[in-house]
Design a protein around this ligand. Structure first.
Ligand code: NAD
Ligand code: UGA
Length: 474
């Protein structure tokens, strides 16, 4: 027994809502998918005729949008209409860390989730399946259910007959940069719910392209919690290998060799063992902070402290990059020019949320140097927002203005620079033409490679001093 699902509405046209709904529309031509958002400019960008202006950059996304948009995939700001017509509604809005009040700096801010629940409670008609796609604290479904069933029937706005809601948890595991591949070939799809008919209805949608054995069904709370724990475990691996990168540098070991040797043990596994400047992205930090908050809430302070360390090591890793640069460049970078290669939090995305580049660039500017920043996809306006417009608490961003510029190309960034700092692993930074670029730089010239993309020997033969993260043989 399943509910007939002809129309899906997804609230939130962001990094998750956009790609996820595009893939559902592509794989299920019989379903009409409406992605709604209250951000008019974001919706306009999704509807832009020029596919290069889509609001997010994700390999493979344009092709799907070209195939489905205005056929069975639509982007709109008419939230009320599409909620009222939908058989199934995905909530895919942001759930950032609270910045004020109780739990500030740790707990998730659920105001956008609550706003969605209120809109759904008000405008949905008949029987509606509500799917939590956003990452949420465990037991949020309880809150959503309470709101959905308590929202008063509005007067003239009331559109519907008897309402009934079924709540499912269906967390998203895609990673940015590989989102389309992750959605088309997921390791698993997780569906948590209490009502078999609605769980089966969502399972049937995924069965259009996902193997049966990859679709797990659980209770609501295990599903909600599994998402937080998956991110915590992934981030923990990155912090583990990053801590070892520092040990390798002082013991003449090589972090890549260590990662390979341990990763070949099938119990450890080879993925997520690449050391770098610290993990970034919108979710790892916020989800661990939320986990820490939940553990403290339930009185599990030892568990909370354990997970908090994953974030401390990450902060330490970011800080130590600047210290290394300073030490190597004769403890003085004041008045020097440093070219930054890569500003996004990883390659193949234009997303800069929590990018390690933000704090590393601020630290370098604090030391008095001038930055020239190049990234293949991040715009100048985004970097202005990240460096100048959103100062952290007690931070004065006025000393950042005029201390950096935006480079249109690698050549543009390195002219007259004393050093290159590689912060994300875009393809453009592998196989650099060291012989040509060193001629445009001031001597002695340095490369600081936090992503292990540099051909150390070739760079050294061209005259560079090279520092490569987790590698002391240089
Ligand atoms: P995002 O900020 O890119 O997009 C969220 C969108 O929701 C925004 O466009 C915002 O305008 C819209 N929105 C907020 N409240 C709304 C409302 N009441 N009505 C209509 N629109 C509203 O966020 P994202 O990166 O897509 O993340 C969404 C959720 O998915 C988060 O919980 C996140 O933790 C989770 N998640 C993210 C990723 C990722 O790679 N970014 C992966 C897995 C899970
Ligand atoms: C991560 C998870 O991988 C997804 O499964 C999850 O759905 C998503 O968070 C989320 O909930 O938002 P994402 O943040 O997009 O995806 O990207 P990752 O590939 O996980 O990278 C996160 C950060 O860790 C990046 O800064 C990356 O450079 C860093 N990283 C990752 C390393 O430094 N080393 C590694 O081996 C892997």
């Amino acid at each position: 027994m399943v509910f007939e699902v002809n129309k899906i509405c997804c609230i939130g046209a962001g990094y998750v809502g956009g790609p996820t709904m595009s893939v559902i529309a592509d794989k299920c031509p019989h379903i009409k998918v409406n992605v709604v958002d209250r951000n008019q400019s974001r919706i306009s960008a999704w509807n832009d005729e020029n596919l290069s202006n889509l609001p997010i950059y994700e390999p493979g996304l344009k092709t799907i949008i070209r195939r489905c948009r205005n056929k069975n995939l639509f982007f709109s700001i008419n939230i009320k209409k599409h909620i009222s017509e939908a058989d199934m509604i995905f909530i895919s809005v942001n759930t950032p860390t609270k910045t004020k009040g109780i739990g500030a700096g740790q707990a998730s801010d659920l105001k956008w989730i609550e706003a969605c629940a209120r809109e759904i409670g008000k405008y949905a008609k008949g029987e509606t399946i509500v799917v939590e796609k956003s990452t949420l604290p465990v037991r949020t479904a309880e809150t959503i259910k309470l709101i959905l069933t308590s929202v008063e029937k509005p007067g003239e706005d009331f559109l519907g007959s008897e309402k009934k809601f079924f709540i499912l948890s269906n967390p998203e595991f895609l990673a940015e940069g590989t989102a389309i591949n992750d959605l088309e070939k997921p390791d698993r799809v997780l569906i948590g719910g209490e009502d078999n008919k609605s769980v089966e209805s969502l399972r049937q949608i995924y069965l259009n392209w996902v193997d049966e054995e990859k679709i797990l069904t659980t209770d609501l709370w295990s599903s909600e919690l599994s998402k937080l724990i998956a991110n915590a475990f992934l981030a923990q691996r990155v912090s583990s290998i990053n801590s070892i990168s520092a040990l390798c540098e002082v013991t003449q070991a090589n972090v890549n060799e260590v990662a390979k040797a341990i990763g070949m043990d099938s119990r450890i596994g080879k993925y997520f063992l690449k050391s770098g400047p610290g993990f970034g992205g919108s979710c790892f930090k916020k989800d661990i902070l939320n986990l820490v908050y939940i553990c403290n809430h339930y009185g599990l302070s030892e568990v909370a402290e354990y997970w908090e360390k994953v974030i401390s090591i990450n902060n330490w890793q970011k800080k130590r990059i600047t210290k290394v640069i300073l030490d190597k460049m004769f403890t003085n970078i004041s008045g020097k020019k440093v070219a930054i290669f890569g500003f996004s939090f990883k390659s193949n995305t234009n997303d800069t949320r929590e990018s390690p580049a933000i704090s590393i660039c601020k630290d370098l500017i604090e030391e008095g140097c001038y930055l020239s920043i190049f990234d293949p996809k991040v715009t100048r306006d985004q970097i202005i927002l990240d460096l100048e417009m959103n100062p952290a608490e007690n931070e004065d961003s006025s000393n950042i203005i005029g201390k950096w510029d935006y480079a249109e190309s690698i050549d543009d960034a390195i002219k007259g620079a004393d050093a290159i700092v590689i912060l994300s692993d875009w393809d453009d930074f592998y196989n650099l033409d060291y012989i040509t670029i060193i001629q445009l730089m001031r001597k002695p010239s340095w490369i600081f490679d936090t992503r292990n993309v540099v051909d150390i020997q070739a760079a050294k033969e061209s005259g560079f001093n090279v520092w490569s993260l987790g590698n002391s043989n240089i």
